[in-house]
Design a protein around this ligand. Structure first.
Ligand code: SF4
Ligand code: SF4
Ligand code: SF4
Length: 320
């Protein structure tokens, strides 16, 4: 009997769906063992019956449910709850589903401020009233899936890594548990580390790292030690699986592209505070943590749900 899989996308960009489709050849081995019963990116399966004849949102029963994206509006909340009801095991796939992801940066603002900015504060669009009909109401803030329903397996990453989806599905097919190890991206990074920065200054964002194309990784200096802010020390390992090519070194995904880690796999363990931990990591190699600009947003870039990013209280006006 094939394992039934249902998939849903909530507040997303679609990149995590592409990761599923990007599994490539291993998907051919998995497909005979799986039966996709619901997947909006692949099949035209309506919530209320094919011609809208249903009165209740229905998602077919499945052994495994996969949700991408966080929960921003009432419709997404309803769909997440229906998925939980229909699926025995629920996977949150991608950083948006696990921690809110980039859309949850809006959690730094109240809902009213978001509406004001989008509909009246943008220089490139004509001011308009906030739409109020025929749209599901937005929640006050964007939520990670586990703030709305119980999640059994988290597969973070923006987008997540196709190989990890295969690993997780294979483990579930074999009845084994699946969880990413509690290690950091640095633990999987082969670059040369001297435990001190080569200068005392943190580089401006997007300054390129220094490297020689084709040089062995052991000869390339750690990007943080070059003064380029790299979130490897406080980010969970796993993305190096994306670069697992026979005969080549396994390297974290961004590092392999000569870019620093931006933290998309989230904290090394549940409840860790990457902002505080990163300040410690920066200071420990002799860099000045005060030079990190916009720390709150930068170091919580993918983690805005679960109360991590909230509107700051407004400061009282100065006394005259
Ligand atoms: S985690 Fe990244 S790739 Fe996946 S849906 Fe969110 S923004 Fe898109
Ligand atoms: S800080 Fe970045 S470049 Fe340095 S070891 Fe960690 S992941 Fe690699
Ligand atoms: S290096 Fe960091 S930002 Fe890049 S894919 Fe890996 S965890 Fe995500």
């Amino acid at each position: 009997m094939p394992v039934k899989v249902a998939e849903e996308w909530l507040n997303i960009c679609g990149g995590c769906e592409v990761s599923i489709l990007d599994i490539g050849e291993p998907l051919l081995d998995l497909l005979p063992k799986l039966q996709f019963v619901h997947m909006p990116v692949l099949m035209d399966h309506k919530y209320f019956g094919q011609t809208g004849e249903g009165t209740q949102l229905e998602i077919p029963e499945a052994d495994v449910g996969i949700i991408t994206g966080g929960v921003r509006n009432e419709k997404e909340k309803h769909v997440a709850e229906a998925m939980r009801k229909s699926c025995k095991t629920l996977i949150a796939l991608g950083s948006c589903a696990c921690f809110g992801g980039i859309p949850a940066m809006a959690n730094m603002f109240t809902l009213e401020e978001v509406y004001e900015k989008v509909y009246r504060g943008s220089k490139t669009t004509d001011p308009a009233a906030t739409p109020s009909t025929n749209l599901p109401p937005l929640l006050e803030s964007l939520k990670a899936v586990d703030e709305v329903v119980k999640v059994d397996v988290e597969l973070p990453g923006c987008p997540t890594v196709p190989g990890l989806i295969v690993e997780a599905l294979t483990a579930l097919l074999e009845g084994k548990p699946f969880a990413l190890p509690e290690r950091s991206v640095c633990d999987e990074c082969p670059v040369k580390r001297e435990k001190k920065a080569s200068g005392g200054t943190i580089a401006r964002p997007l300054r390129s790292v220094e490297f020689k194309q084709g040089e062995p990784w052991e000869n390339t200096r750690c990007y943080m030690e070059q003064g380029v802010l790299c979130l490897g020390p406080v980010t969970r390992a796993g993305c190096a699986a994306a670069t697992d090519i026979p005969g080549e070194a396994k390297v974290p995904r961004c590092v392999k592209g000569y870019m620093p880690c931006r933290g998309c796999f989230g904290p090394i363990r549940k409840g860790a505070n990457p902002l505080v931990d990163m300040m410690g990591a920066v200071t420990s190699i002799g860099l000045d943590a005060k030079q990190v600009l916009d720390r709150r947003a930068l170091l919580n870039r993918y983690l805005g749900a679960q109360g991590r990013l909230r509107p700051l209280p407004t400061k009282p006006a100065p006394r005259r």
